[in-house]
Write a protein that binds this ligand. Structure first.
Ligand SMILES: Nc1ncnc2c1ncn2[C@@H]1O[C@H](COP(=O)(O)OP(=O)(O)O)[C@@H](O)[C@H]1O
Ligand SMILES: [Mg+2]
Length: 553
C-alpha cells in the first residue's frame, strides 16, 4: 500500500501486508460471517442434526450445541470470529439460544447485502438495524408472559424445550424433574440463581434413567484412611482450609539432632502436636472432616482412631459448595475450629459409582448447593447430555430470576417481524427499507425450523404469518405435526431473556461487521482479535477468504 508524493511512492505498510477496501472488504466479511451461520443452521430446533467435530489429535465431539460447535471449529477469519463471540456472549448471559443468535446475525448480514446492492448506504442500514433492534426489545416485553418463580410445571417445560433435540428425549421427563428440583433448591432468598451451585457429575455406565439428584454434594474423592468409617449418619462436618500436619518452621532453620534421644523427643513433639489438633477437631463434635489442604500420615492415623471420616485436598470450589449445602462455614485455621461453625448432613457416605469411589454428602437440610449425577451408555452420550443439562439448568435459573417467558417454535420471531413491518411503515425514507430487512431477517428462525424438519419453509411461514395476523401471538411451528399451533398451550416455552439477548447481540455483531470498510492486515499477524477490532472501531483483519474456513460442514 502506498501513497504518492511528487511522484515518489511512500510506503506505509510493511511488505507482505494486504489491504481490502470498500465493497470488497464488506462482501468478504459478510461472506465469512454468513459461512459461520450456515455451519450451525442445520442444528436448529428439535429436528436439527448433530455435528461430529474431530480435532487435530482425533478426539471426537458429537453435538447439537451452537456454541460448542463454534468453539471447537478453529475459526481464523476475523469477521467469522465476531460471530463466534455472539454465540459466546449468548452462552455467558443465558446459556441457551446460541444457534438462534448466530443464525439471526447471519441473516441480518445477508439482508444487508441486498440493500447494499440497491445502493443503500451502510450507515443507513446500521442506523435502521439499531432502531429496529431497539423497537424489537420494546415489543418483546409486550409479548412476554409473566410466570411465578415457584411454578414447577412451567419450569419443567422451560427445561424440556431447552433439551429437545439433544438426545435426551427418552428420559426428558425425569431429567426435567431433576433440573427443576435442583434449581428451586439452590435459588437464593433474593430470587437470584447461580447455577454453579448445581454440580453436574458425569458417569459412563448405566442408563440415562439412572441419573439422580443428591440433595447435597458429591465429592470425587475417597477417605484418606481405610480405617475410617465409610458411613456417618447425622454428620457434623468440619470444613477446614488449613493443613492437618506438623507445622514446619517458617524460617529456614536447621535443627541439629545429636543423639537418638533427641530425635525421639523431636518425633514425640510432632506426634503430640498433631494429636492435639485431632483432639481439637474431635472436641468440636465433628465426625466428618473435609480439608482443602493436606492431612499427613500421623494425622490420618489419629483421625481414623477418633472415628472421623476425613477427606483431603478438596477443591476450593467444592469446599464452597459444601458450605452452601451443609450450612457450615469455611474455617481457615486450626485455632478457629468451633462447634457452631460445623455443617450438618443426614448422611455422609463413601460409595462406588461407575467403578470409582465418591463421597456423598446427602440429606442436607435446606441445601443451597446440590449435585446431579448423569449416567449414560457412552462418553459421547454423557457429554452431550451434560451440555443439554447445563443449558436447561441455566434457562430454568433465568426464568426463576426474570419470571418472564415467551412461546417457542418461532412464535416471537414471527410476531416481531409482523410488528416491525408495521413500525417500518411509520418511518419514512430509506431507513424504512433497513427496518423491513431486519423484520424479514427474524423470520429465518421459523423458516429454518421448518427446513430442518423437512417441511416447506415458504408454506409454513405463510401459515404462521396468517395466524399472527389474526392475533394468535403465541403460534409457532409444531415441527412434528407440520402446522402452526399455540406453543404456550403446547408447553414449548423459553425464557424471555433468550430472545432479548439473541436479538441484541445479533444486531450488534451485524452492525459492527457492516461498519467495516477497510481491512488492513499486516504481514505476519493472523489478524487482530475481535476485541481488538471492537476497540479499533471496527477496522482490521486478515485477508483469508471464507472458503478457507470450515464453513462447508
Ligand atoms: N418442540 C418444539 N417445537 C417447535 N420448536 C421448538 C421445540 N423445541 C424447541 N423449539 C425451538 O427450537 C429453537 C432452539 O433450537 P436449538 O437447537 O436449541 O438452538 P439454540 O442454540 O438457539 O437454543 C427455538 O426457536 C425453540 O423455540
Ligand atoms: Mg437450545
Amino acid at each position: 500500500m502506498s501513497a504518492q508524493l511528487g511522484g515518489q511512492p511512500i510506503l506505509i505498510l510493511k511488505e507482505g501486508g494486504s489491504r481490502t477496501r470498500g465493497r470488497d472488504a464488506q462482501s468478504m466479511n459478510i461472506a465469512a460471517a454468513k459461512a459461520v451461520a450456515g455451519a450451525v443452521r442445520t442444528t436448529l430446533g428439535p429436528k436439527g442434526m448433530d455435528k461430529m467435530l474431530v480435532d487435530t489429535i482425533g478426539d471426537v465431539v458429537i453435538t447439537n450445541d451452537g456454541v460448542t460447535i463454534l468453539k471447537e471449529m478453529d475459526i481464523e477469519h476475523p469477521a467469522a470470529k465476531m460471530m463466534v463471540e455472539v454465540a459466546k456472549t449468548q452462552d455467558d448471559e443465558v446459556g441457551d439460544g446460541t444457534t438462534t443468535a448466530v443464525v439471526i446475525a447471519g441473516e441480518l448480514l445477508k439482508k444487508s447485502e441486498e440493500l447494499l446492492e440497491q445502493d443503500v448506504h451502510p450507515t443507513v442500514i446500521t442506523l435502521g438495524y439499531r432502531q429496529a433492534a431497539e423497537k424489537a426489545q420494546e415489543l418483546l416485553q409486550t409479548i412476554a408472559v409473566d410466570v411465578k418463580a415457584k411454578d414447577k410445571e412451567i419450569l419443567a417445560k422451560i427445561a424440556g424445550t431447552a433439551m429437545t433435540g439433544k438426545n435426551a428425549e427418552a428420559s426428558k421427563e425425569k431429567l426435567c424433574d431433576l433440573i427443576v428440583r435442583a434449581i428451586t433448591l439452590v435459588a437464593d432468598a433474593d430470587g437470584t440463581v447461580d447455577t454453579e451451585n448445581v454440580k453436574v457429575e458425569k458417569r459412563v455406565g448405566g442408563a440415562i434413567e439412572d441419573s439422580e439428584i443428591v440433595e447435597g454434594m458429591i465429592i470425587d474423592k475417597e477417605r484418606v484412611h481405610p480405617g475410617m468409617p465409610k458411613t456417618v449418619k447425622n454428620a457434623k462436618i468440619l470444613l477446614l482450609n488449613a493443613a492437618v500436619e506438623y507445622k514446619k518452621t517458617e524460617v529456614d532453620a536447621e535443627i541439629s539432632i545429636t543423639s537418638p534421644d533427641q530425635l525421639q523427643l523431636f518425633l514425640d513433639e510432632e506426634e503430640r502436636m498433631i494429636k492435639g489438633i485431632v483432639e481439637k477437631i474431635k472436641a468440636s463434635g465433628a465426625n466428618v472432616l473435609f480439608c482443602q489442604k493436606g492431612i499427613d500420615d500421623i494425622a490420618q492415623h489419629y483421625l481414623s482412631k477418633a472415628g472421623i471420616l476425613a477427606v483431603r485436598r478438596v477443591k476450593k470450589s467444592d469446599m464452597e459448595k459444601l458450605a452452601r449445602a451443609t450450612g457450615g462455614a469455611l474455617i481457615s485455621s486450626i485455632d478457629a475450629i468451633s462447634a457452631d461453625e460445623l455443617g450438618v448432613a443426614g448422611l455422609v457416605e463413601e460409595r462406588k459409582v461407575g467403578g470409582e469411589e465418591m463421597i456423598f454428602v446427602e440429606k442436607c437440610k435446606n441445601p443451597k448447593a446440590v449435585s446431579i449425577i448423569i449416567k449414560g451408555g457412552t462418553e459421547h452420550v454423557v457429554d452431550e447430555l451434560g451440555r443439554a443439562l447445563e443449558d436447561a439448568l441455566r434457562v430454568v435459573g433465568v426464568v426463576v430470576e426474570d419470571k418472564k417467558i415467551v412461546a417457542g417454535g418461532g412464535a416471537p420471531e414471527v410476531e416481531l417481524s409482523l410488528r416491525l413491518r408495521e413500525y417500518a411503515a411509520t418511518q419514512g425514507g430509506r431507513i424504512q427499507l433497513a427496518i423491513e430487512a431486519f423484520a424479514s431477517a427474524l423470520e429465518v428462525i421459523p423458516r429454518t425450523l421448518a427446513e430442518n424438519a423437512g417441511l416447506d419453509p415458504i408454506d409454513k411461514l405463510v401459515e404462521l404469518r396468517a395466524a399472527h395476523e389474526k392475533g394468535k401471538k403465541t403460534f409457532g411451528l409444531d415441527v412434528f405435526e407440520g402446522k402452526p399451533v399455540d406453543m404456550l398451550a403446547a408447553g414449548v416455552v423459553e425464557p424471555l431473556r433468550v430472545k432479548t439477548q439473541a436479538i441484541a447481540s445479533a444486531a450488534e455483531a451485524a452492525v459492527m461487521i457492516l461498519r467495516i470498510d477497510d481491512v488492513i492486515a499486516s504481514a505476519k499477524s493472523a489478524g487482530p482479535s475481535p476485541e481488538e477490532m471492537a476497540a479499533m472501531g471496527g477496522a482490521g483483519g486478515m485477508g483469508g477468504m471464507p472458503g478457507g474456513m470450515p464453513g462447508m460442514m
